[in-house]
Design a protein around this ligand. Structure first.
Ligand code: ATP
Ligand code: MG
Length: 627
């Protein structure tokens, strides 16, 4: 572990030299005057005075050496389409999109809402914004009209780019009426809407003088070349709203230079992706993982990136591995929630395809429980790397870094602090660092490294108050997650700070209990929440999805599994079997809503929920328990 340790130490102790070296991984139109300006804590300004452009680094700079290489491979198992674009073709498409936007009045600093399904035009639009110096704000396609309107009013866009619809499980998800509705609801609706018509909506309607047909507009400017706007490193590149698991979404604002450098360096040191190779990230462009690792990072690295529109089990549970085989994927990035979906399927699909090109599978987004980590590692016979980050950080903050050193993996652990991050586990009350083996809040001693959020869009005060206000006036960035570090220096994430259960004075993380429930061989996934209890203060309540519901697994067996792992203190008051857990559209369990239902309260804002039927099952289970 010495190589990693020295690397990490140097990133903090010799910070400026370390990051100026990393900065060489990207192209600069003008080099910076100062590596870091930290004169106004906690605001960190990286590569001050440097000028660069994200689109140039993702596209233009590769034209000479790899213009004929595939840049973007689009595969839709929803519509059956498959297309690829070389770097040269991508450049042309992005220039056309930029020219269209320019013609619609978009310029540097203007916001553009991108509300798009997983189609190449979404990538063109996003890169076109970067090219023009416009600030994109991608909103996950399928968010309800009210959520979209709230984001429109916060960002005040000059333009909205959308499509007639997306598709899920072979069924069209129509966007347009929802877009119209959101623009009616919004106070700061954009004057123009650029719409790419995929032909999914036979009743598509156009609003005169507002809606512009992408395909028509494109015809007028087919030979356009639009140059890259050279931006000062700290100018905003995009706004991305957090997924809203814990409340009102925050507009995370990111810079240009720091973000590009962080992503480029992460491809080298963490993901080990090289120019000419292929990366497959199964997320959505509407989430931070999609921004960083479907679009920007693999392209900055000169790789081929896969844009997959579809689910992991259609046409069958082997589709991902088929893509890996076909495209010779070497780096893959997914989420624990998707792996748990696969766990419920026939495991033989994992063996059907030749995945020898694959070096690592990276997983992030939710705690990766030990049984699932083990299951997928063994099934694939490849290293599966759990890594931990947030929309706010933009790239991993805890991870193994095989590009630095191949440290051994521990199941259930995202390994170590990534270089640049001064991670500390702090005691909630005293704000002192906790000892190894003790729970603490995962915090970062500022300045935050390059790539992290620069502020909350339009609200510096909210940025400082929300993230840096928790520890007695000291400027410490809080992740609002609990963690623990073992004697070997490995970190484990125990769940969110508001997901702690207090049973008769014992503080238990929901994650620990979930992990124990998952130890039962027939449990595919579960959610544990704390509910009020007259006697003990709080009691855990478990909802579990079984791999095979026909096996006759009893709730008693599951409780005994918990007893064996954690002791009777953690034993759930009840275990309910459901077929589905309520999740956000980004795959995060809505524990807050489950808890509210269990305590007879209103489940709160549910606009981000994936399938409302899941909450209905929870409601019924709780009613039955009361009877
Ligand atoms: P909001 O902040 O609006 O409530 P959110 O926190 O769900 O939404 P994201 O930024 O997408 O939005 O999620 C980051 C969170 O996901 C982390 O703070 C952590 O709770 C969880 N997470 C991400 N990766 C991991 C991981 N590898 N292990 C455990 N938890 C993880
Ligand atoms: Mg969060």
């Amino acid at each position: 572990m010495e190589t990693y340790r020295a690397f990490h130490r140097r990133s903090l102790e010799d910070r400026d030299a370390f990051w100026s070296e990393q900065a060489k991984l990207i192209d600069w139109h003008r080099p910076c005057d100062q590596v870091l300006d930290y004169s106004r804590p906690p605001f960190a300004r990286w590569f001050v005075g440097g000028r660069t452009n994200l689109c140039h680094n993702a596209v233009d700079r590769h034209l000479e050496a790899r213009g004929g290489q595939k840049a973007l491979v689009y595969i839709s198992t929803e519509t059956g389409e498959a297309r690829s674009f070389t770097y040269r073709e991508l450049h042309l498409e992005v220039c056309k999109a930029a020219a269209m936007m320019k013609a619609l009045g978009v310029g540097k600093g203007d916001r553009v809402i991108v509300y798009m399904p997983m189609i190449p035009q979404a990538v063109f639009a996003i890169l076109a914004c970067a090219r023009l110096g416009a600030i994109h704000s991608v909103v996950f396609g399928g968010f309800a009209a009210a959520s979209l309107a709230a984001r429109i009013d916060d960002a005040r866009p000059a333009l909205m780019v959308t499509a007639d619809g997306g598709s899920r499980m072979g069924k069209p998800v129509l966007y347009k009426s929802l877009v119209d509705e959101s623009l009616r609801l919004a106070t700061h609706a954009p004057k123009k809407v650029l719409l790419f018509n995929r032909g999914l909506d036979p009743n598509l309607t156009w609003v005169r003088d507002r809606d512009v047909d992408w395909k028509n507009a494109e015809k007028d400017i087919s030979s356009a070349t639009v140059g890259c706007e050279w931006l000062e490193s700290n100018e905003p590149s995009y706004i991305l709203y957090t997924s809203g698991t814990t409340g009102r979404p925050k507009g995370v604002q990111r810079d240009v230079g720091g973000y590009a450098v962080a992503l480029a360096s992460s491809m080298k040191h963490i993901f080990c992706g090289q120019a000419g190779e292929t990366m497959f990230t199964t997320s959505d462009i509407g989430w931070v993982v999609g921004h960083s690792y479907i679009i920007y990072a693999p392209l900055i690295a000169g790789m081929t990136t896969i844009l997959y529109e579809g689910v992991p089990i259609r046409p069958d549970a082997g589709i991902w591995w088929k893509i890996v085989e076909q495209e010779k994927v070497s780096v893959m990035f997914s989420a624990p929630t998707a792996i748990r979906v696969l766990k419920k399927q026939d495991p033989s699909y994992l063996k059907k395809h030749d995945i020898s090109s694959l070096r690592h599978l990276f997983l992030a987004g939710e705690p990766l429980d030990e049984p699932t980590h083990k299951w997928i590692s063994e099934a694939l016979g490849k290293p599966v790397i759990d890594h931990y980050w947030q929309t706010e950080t933009g790239w991993p903050l805890l991870s193994a870094m095989p590009g630095v050193e191949k440290t051994p993996l521990k199941m259930g652990s995202p390994s170590f602090p990534v270089y640049g991050y001064d991670v500390r586990l702090l005691h909630e009350g005293t704000a002192e660092q906790v000892a190894d083996g003790e729970k603490g809040v995962v915090t970062i001693q500022p300045p935050l490294p390059p790539g992290c959020m620069s502020t909350v869009w339009g609200d510096d005060e909210r940025f400082v108050k929300t993230y840096f206000g928790g520890f007695r006036g000291r400027h410490v960035y809080s992740t609002f997650d609990w963690g623990i570090r073992d004697r070997d220096g490995y970190y484990f994430i125990l769940g969110r700070t508001d997901d702690v259960i207090n049973v008769a004075g014992h503080r238990l993380g929901t994650r620990e209990i979930e992990e124990a429930v998952n130890m039962h061989p027939n449990v595919a996934e579960c959610a544990v929440v704390g509910v009020q209890d007259a006697l003990k203060g709080q009691m855990p309540l478990a909802f579990a999805v079984l791999k095979d519901p026909g096996k006759g697994t009893s709730t008693q067996e599951v409780m005994e599994t918990v007893d064996r792992q954690l002791g009777a203190i953690a034993r759930p008051k009840a275990v309910h079997f459901v077929t589905l857990l309520p999740k956000t559209r980004s795959g995060k369990t809505l524990r807050r809503s489950i808890q509210a239902l269990a305590e007879g309260r209103d489940p709160g804002d549910l606009t981000t929920i994936e399938d409302p039927g899941a909450l209905e099952q929870i409601r019924q289970a709780i009613q039955e328990e009361k009877r």
